[in-house]
Ligand binder design. Structure first.
Ligand code: SF4
Length: 868
């Protein structure tokens, strides 16, 4: 025995710690840090100074505890948190308590186990806790039963000689002898993030070798909960309305610093969780041409084949969801694809409730038939199942890595419930990072903030400083007063993280002497959930007279410029997409004039808006079906009074002719029942209308429009289909556009403002002779709502009334011939100005009415300024 006690060195600031590091002798001592990034930074420091670095010169604290565990208990196997959780789920099924079998109990109990390990692993734990709970009845009510359950589970882990990695330090405090198994001097550089059992371990080690603990002791608050003197000076505070704005501003700042000559390696972007921002940030940086020094997080679960494997496993074991089915079916090799048409798939499987639903399609049902009937499987059988599902063409290195991780982690004789194996595999693949990609030696840092202390950088942008990221709620019901009592009366220190640690660490890092230091947060996260600033952002902002309500306008990035350049008349894409002419239809005109970006996404990039139809009819299907029925019943002179049976046969005939997917007879019968109200309403409306206006004749169904008109910016090609054209046989025509219902269609007086063009576009087409009917005089242009037979959202020319319609009601849809002429001329000028905008490449997300954005499919991709 040499040393006497743990030596505490108080450090006022990160720069003071740097001086201690400069004196560090890696030949005889080990510098202990909490994370991998700090370890790399210290190792680099040693390498730069001495030209080489031994593995024992710098260690992660968790590796040190694991090393000490192996030295005293080589019989214990360390397992991943994923396997610990799987075992807990398995063993909880044997619990005598109902609460332990509820969903989420395994998540809670794992927190109890982690916190209570120093107590549970002590041989006297039961004997001392019984009287303690008697003394502390309140504590027993809150967590007494959780303790009993945790004790039972701990015994199972002990019998199996298994331990989770994060339980080791709590376990070691009760293992005599560990302290003699490390011969080098130790310097613990863990900041304030030190658990009570870790302090015990440091004390134990200090009896046999020199042990130093570096303790932060800044002027602004030596205690975790007492940092009110922190002023947050020399920091710029920023607030944004969206996380995208925040990222753009950070990218803009970095670009500015680089342009000012700041080297890449002196710039760091810090965040509470870099994985959350990585993909978006990296994409922006790529466009700027700015390299990142860190390795991109690459969890195994994100690889397509692993995700496909997980989907298959779930589907074959009765957990059916549309996204899993879609993932597996549409990632299949071309030759093995069951569906080639997404709409067909979507119609059948948009909604899935149970595995029986797979029988809507016989091939799908066959593909996912459960081949393994047992509910419990050994590790060997589970590996066999994975191997059977893994296709020969899929990358073998992925499955090899997966098998090697499982075999390292799982005892071969382990038997688990099938679903538990799948959950385990899901968690394991999420925790495995594939580090094969080489870390770039040049570039800026993009790091978790707590890893940043040892980075030698001068310019820092610290983002996502929100309350939710810095305040973690306690996951157990063990209160501070319980902890104090356990420590005072029984001498047990539990593994409990102080909730103040994240903020304290952030303040400590921010007290480094950076040249530029920006602290920001956004009012919402990427999913649109509202966010509040963390307490230390507010504390610093107020102390430095920054108005916390002020929203910062994000700086511009190269991406913004690229987007803006789309307004230039380079015309390349447009020429390519439009084959020399601008193509327009009524929908394209509406899209462009509602917002040019919608047109860009749907008409130029041809991105599709899924209809989400299930077996339900889209309105186009419905329109087609009604045309079909009309042809059969009206045009074939069968009269308008068809029986239910006749209609049913006609629907079958239509479905067959149009290859409408018929999943299963029962479902189809059910589905047909939904069509009847539409068919009946349609026939009723037609009966009524044709009785009143017996001259009405339908002369066009899905009438094609095709025209090319000259303009100052080149030819404009016009196309489309008019749902229906009627005539009275006396030279008056009606153009009709079917809609399922009228919820989103405005009345005539608002058409121009709401960019509703169909009736007038079709009128122009028919009057200009752009259809097979030749030039015709149009007296009315209407929307026909199939749900209720309403035809009032229309224009009716007063002078032409009498044979196709009358104008007796008080609705404001009557116009004179002269007014109709003006409206049709306006339509022509909309066509010309739209074509001009397109030709000039104007596609910015600028809606004519911001209300359009509320329901717009592209709101998460258009990056409109007013949405950030
Ligand atoms: S969300 Fe608004 S700005 Fe963006 S594309 Fe849609 S309409 Fe245009």
């Amino acid at each position: 025995m040499q040393s006497v006690a743990l030596k505490i060195i108080k450090v006022k600031s990160p720069s003071e710690k740097a001086k201690i590091l400069a004196e560090f002798n890696p030949g005889t001592s080990t510098w202990v840090v909490s994370d991998l990034v700090s370890r790399s930074a210290i190792q680099k420091n040693i390498l730069d100074k001495f030209g080489f670095v031994e593995a024992s010169a710098c260690m992660r604290v968790s590796d040190l505890w694991q090393h000490l565990l192996f030295s005293v208990r080589p019989d214990i196997r360390v397992v991943s948190p994923a396997l610990a959780k799987a075992l807990i789920r398995n063993w909880l099924t044997e619990s005598e308590y109902d609460f332990a079998k509820t969903p989420g109990a395994s998540e809670t109990i794992i927190h109890y186990l982690t916190e209570l390990v120093p107590l549970l692993s002590h041989p006297e734990s039961q004997n001392v806790m019984l009287p303690w709970f008697e003394e502390n009845q309140g504590a027993f009510v809150r967590w007494g039963l959780w303790f009993r359950e945790a004790t039972r589970l701990w015994k199972r882990f002990s019998q199996e000689k298994l331990i989770a990695r994060n339980w080791i330090c709590g376990f070691l405090v009760n293992e005599p002898g560990f302290e003699k198994n490390f011969s080098r001097a130790l310097i613990f550089d863990l900041g304030v993030d030190v658990l009570a059992p870790e302090l015990e371990l440091m004390n134990g080690l200090s009896r046999f070798q020199e042990v130093v603990r570096l303790v932060p002791d800044p002027d602004w608050g030596p205690e975790l909960a007492q940092t009110q003197n922190w002023k947050g000076e020399r920091i710029e505070y920023r607030r944004f309305s969206s996380p995208l704005g925040e990222i753009k501003d950070a990218v803009n700042c970095i670009r500015g610093w680089i342009d000012d000559g700041v080297p890449f390696e002196k710039i760091a972007v810090l965040a509470p969780n870099r994985k959350r921002i990585w993909s978006t940030f990296a994409e922006f940086l790529k466009h700027e041409g700015i390299p990142v020094r860190e390795v991109e997080p690459d969890p195994m679960s994100a690889h397509g084949h692993v995700a496909q494997l997980m989907s298959r496993l779930e589907l074959k074991n009765g957990k059916v969801t549309t996204d899993k089915l879609e993932l597996d079916l549409f990632h299949a090799e071309e030759a093995k694809k069951i569906f080639t048409n997404y709409n067909e798939f979507s119609r059948i499987f948009s909604f899935l409730y149970e595995s029986k639903d797979l029988y809507r399609h016989s091939e799908v049902a066959h593909a996912y038939e459960a081949r393994v009937s047992e509910t419990a499987l050994s590790a060997k059988d589970f590996l066999k199942q994975i191997s059977n599902l893994w296709e020969d063409e899929w990358p073998s290195e992925l499955i090899e890595r997966l098998f090697s991780e499982i075999l390292k982690d799982v005892p071969t004789d382990l038997i688990l419930d099938k679903q538990n194996w799948i959950s385990y595999l899901g968690e394991l693949t999420r925790s495995i990072d594939l580090p094969e990609q080489a870390k770039s030696q040049e570039g800026i840092y993009l790091e978790n903030y707590f890893s940043a202390e040892h980075l030698s950088v001068s310019h820092v942008y610290f983002l996502n400083v929100t309350d939710s990221q810095f305040r973690k709620a306690r996951r157990t019901s063990i209160l501070d007063e319980d902890l104090k009592s356990l420590s005072r009366t029984l001498g047990f220190s539990l593994v409990v993280n102080d909730p103040n640690i994240p903020e304290y660490t952030a303040k400590w890092i921010l007290s480094k002497d950076f040249s530029r230091n920006i602290l920001s947060y956004a009012d919402s996260d990427f999913s649109g959930q509202p966010e509040a600033p963390s307490f230390f952002w507010l504390q610093g902002a107020i102390a430095n007279n920054f108005d916390p309500k002020k929203i910062t306008e994000p700086g511009k990035t190269v991406w913004d410029s690229l987007q803006e350049s789309m307004t230039l008349t380079n015309g390349l894409d447009i020429e390519k997409n439009f084959d020399g002419a601008i193509h327009l239809s009524a929908t394209a005109l509406s899209n462009y004039n509602r917002c040019p970006f919608i047109f860009y996404a749907e008409n130029l990039l041809r991105l599709e808006v899924p209809e989400g139809v299930d077996f339900d009819l889209g309105y186009r299907d419905l329109g087609q079906l009604l045309h079909f029925i009309m042809e059969k019943i009206i045009l074939d002179k069968k009269g308008l009074a068809a029986s239910k049976e006749e209609i049913s046969c006609l629907v079958d005939e239509w479905a067959k002719e149009n290859r409408f997917p018929i999943p299963d007879e029962n479902l189809w019968r059910e589905q047909k029942r939904k069509f009847f109200p539409y068919v009946q309403k349609f026939l009723e409306t037609e009966r009524y209308w044709r009785q009143r206006f017996p001259l009405t004749k339908t002369v066009g169904v899905e009438l094609k429009i095709s025209a090319e008109i000259p303009s100052s910016i080149g030819p404009i090609k016009l196309s489309g289909k008019i749902d229906r054209v009627d005539t009275d046989g006396n030279g008056n025509f009606a153009v009709i556009d079917y809609k399922r219902s009228g919820a989103s269609i405005s009345t005539l007086d608002s058409w121009s403002q709401d960019k509703v063009y169909q009736p007038l576009f079709y009128t122009l087409a028919l009057e200009s002779g752009w259809t097979a009917l030749g030039k015709k005089h149009v007296s009315t242009g209407q929307f026909y709502f199939l749900k209720d037979g309403d035809r009032s959202r229309a224009y009716y020319v007063v002078e032409d009334a009498g044979t196709l319609y009358d104008v007796e009601d008080s609705k404001k849809n009557k116009i004179s011939l002269e007014e109709k002429k003006n409206l049709v001329n306006e339509m022509l000028s909309v066509i010309n100005t739209t074509a001009e905008g397109i030709r000039k490449g104007k596609f910015l997300p600028q809606p004519s009415d911001e209300k359009t954005c509320e329901k717009c499919t592209w709101r998460y991709s258009c990056r409109a300024k007013h949405l950030m």
